[in-house]
Design a protein around this ligand. Sequence first.
Ligand SMILES: [Fe+2]
Length: 284
Amino acid sequence: MTLLKGETDGSSLVDQARNLIADVSNKTIRKKKCNRRKLVVSRTLKKVNVNVGILRLQRLFWLCQDAFRGPGTVPSPVHVNRLCHILDIMKPEDVGLIRDLHFFKTKREQKTNARVVYTTIYKCQNFSLCIFFLPEGAVIPLHNHPGMTVFSKLLLGTMHIKSYDWVDPTASESSRSLSRLRLARLKANRIFEAPCDTSVLYPTSGGNIHEFRAITPCAVLDVIGPPYSKEDGRDCSYYKDSPCDAPLEGKESDNRYAWLEEIEMPSDSEMDVIEYLGPSVSLT
Ligand SMILES: [Fe+2]
């Protein structure tokens, strides 16, 4: 994903999303000043919940350390199952998100198209943990994940996801350059509503090229291994799809195909970056 540092204007989505990422324990204590007894009970319960959440994030981090072994590798099926299991039960609170805080303006209130906002929880050479915030109607256009395995967990909101895999993922550069269009098979084209199970994509399967379209404001936790790196040949490419209606020789008729054409990064899909202020992970 190509990311650009954005400027912060007073009412921007960046500010609204920054407010969303908060220290849950601090907020709990502030809210409960009026009733001492309730305060003690609430503090205790919240502390338990917060600790459970932090533990889930920390377990996810440890699993990532085990599962992602660097460029050119894919997590084993056992590691994939373990990562999916922990991500499936993760909640917005686990990464410091407050479920009922209204941080996105409605589409009617937005003067211009609000941009997608992105924050990094942790990043190393082998993997990264990050959260994408999409306002209503925002789109992350069709893009690829070269050589990567990506786990996506929708934490908040309702989102339409369309994804493709290359029909011939091993096609050489020279054969590809003969045509600007490349054939892809549709993998997913449906609506996801939080809470829902984790989606996994692999270097050549599972919908490696995907598009996110937010139906309501959304937050998505992505585990990416290895992360994008232009220097290491893992830059992000963008695509435009067009339907392939004619039957294709030798292809199964129940699969749906499309022609994908590589395009420049759409100018309206630039993202803003914000600091992550949720629970941190311990490296030890
Ligand atoms: Fe992606």
